[in-house]
Design a protein around this ligand. Structure first.
Ligand code: NAD
Length: 369
């Protein structure tokens, strides 16, 4: 029952334009913000799309900054902020994945520059007021409405050539936002609808992309799913899974989307008995009998990584992750227990198929999520 606990529904203002070829509306969207000097941001690998964007913006383009980097290092943020000041930018156009959108957010955090996001992966950052920056190996995150993109152009044509391996892990990263949103303490029935629909669209879209990478209907389904799942991340609190990934990524410099892909089945197995309704909705959305094993099997089917070992995690570091998680626990449906957490991480490290963990006899976990 969706109304079995009270909730408060809040929604963020955002303008979403969704269409194949919507990049061609970029100048209109820049004008609609009243901007005259739009700075286009991208990673070094995506300068071709950035040049196209800059050309489309025409006389309102203030140039291109192509120094966006994974994990948004503070050095690249300083360079980008300096460049934005030098060219007199009054708007940032972030064309790329979560790293590029993240750079736009870091500029906006200081200057309040409005952001137009043109996502080319499925990470979902464009729908959130969450920013992150890395300094001296430590990633700091926060929430601020100034960094929420004002306009998002979803153009499935731009992700047509996103390599299948990156498509899959960034899509599962988005599924993770929605899966945890389904058992969030501050969740609500509307966000749960978005979450379930987003997971369904991504699971179907990723399966099709895996068979036929240029399938435009599948690319559209994945972007639609990314939008919904990103929106869930932006509106409700995350839990054990995001905490573990944050710790693993930040302390051991593991690749972001791959870490989410490996950990998700195990984090859901940990919480399965304490959040049965959420698990049933995840399972239904991916078309599997059970959420945790279903997501593990989906990763195998899509040739995605299934172990922390294969993405570079040292086994001897797992104990530190348990310590950090216990020292500053996020709320999670099943309370954190050191031994079970260590087992979860060891299973994720070896790549074992997750088991549905049941509470000990006579013990009832909190099911009010
Ligand atoms: P990414 O942005 O780092 O992109 C991965 C690689 O793919 C890059 O080399 C990029 O140049 C390339 N790429 C992107 N689009 C492409 C395309 N269409 N064709 C070819 N290559 C392309 O990876 P990501 O998974 O999108 O984002 C991960 C980052 O986003 C992490 O830093 C994570 O913390 C952040 N993130 C933030 C939020 C938030 O709400 N703040 C949400 C999700 C992710």
């Amino acid at each position: 029952m969706p109304f079995d606990h009270p909730f408060t529904f809040v929604t963020h203002p955002s303008r979403v334009v969704f269409a194949p070829g919507s990049l061609h509306q970029l100048r209109q969207e820049v004008d609609a913000l009243g901007a005259r000097r739009a700075l286009v941001l991208c990673t070094p690998r995506q300068t071709n799309i950035a040049e196209m964007a800059s050309t489309l913006v025409g006389s309102a383009s203030a140039g291109i900054f192509s120094g966006a980097e994974m994990h948004v290092p503070v050095e690249s943020v300083r360079r980008a902020r300096q460049y934005a000041r030098e060219v007199g930018a009054d708007c940032a156009v972030a064309v790329g994945g979560g790293s590029t959108v993240g750079l736009g957010k870091a500029i906006a955090l200081e200057s309040g520059l409005p952001i137009i996001a043109v996502p080319t992966t499925y990470a979902g950052s464009e729908m959130t007021p969450i920013y992150g920056m890395t300094e001296a190996g430590v990633k700091k995150t926060g929430r601020d409405l100034r960094v929420l993109p004002r306009t998002v152009l979803y153009d499935p044509v731009l992700s047509q050539h996103l390599p299948v391996s990156i498509s899959v892990v960034s899509g599962i990263n988005a599924i993770a936002h929605a899966a945890e949103g389904l058992y969030a303490r501050d969740g609500n029935p509307v966000m749960s609808l978005l979450a379930e629909e987003g997971i369904r669209a991504l699971a179907q879209g990723l399966r099709s992309i895996h068979r036929a990478p240029a399938d435009m209907a599948a690319r559209s389904a994945c972007l639609y799913g990314a939008w919904l799942c990103g929106s869930v991340l932006g509106h409700v609190g995350m839990s054990l899974h995001h905490q573990l990934c944050h710790t693993l990524g930040g302390s051991f410099n593991l690749p972001h989307a791959e870490t989410h892909t490996v950990v998700l089945p195990h984090a859901l197995a940990y919480n399965a008995a304490a959040a049965p309704e959420a698990m049933a909705r995840v399972a239904a959305a991916i078309g599997a009998p059970e959420a945790a094993t279903g997501l593990y099997d989906l990763a195998l089917e899509l040739d995605a990584p299934t172990s922390l070992r294969e993405i570079g995690m040292p086994r001897e570091g797992l104990g530190r992750v348990v310590e950090l998680a216990l020292a500053n626990p996020y709320w999670t449906p099943r309370p954190l227990e050191a031994e079970a957490l260590a087992r979860l991480l060891d299973d994720a490290w070896t790549g074992a198929r997750p088991n549905d963990q049941k509470p000990p006899d006579g013990h009832v976990w909190n099911t009010t999520s």
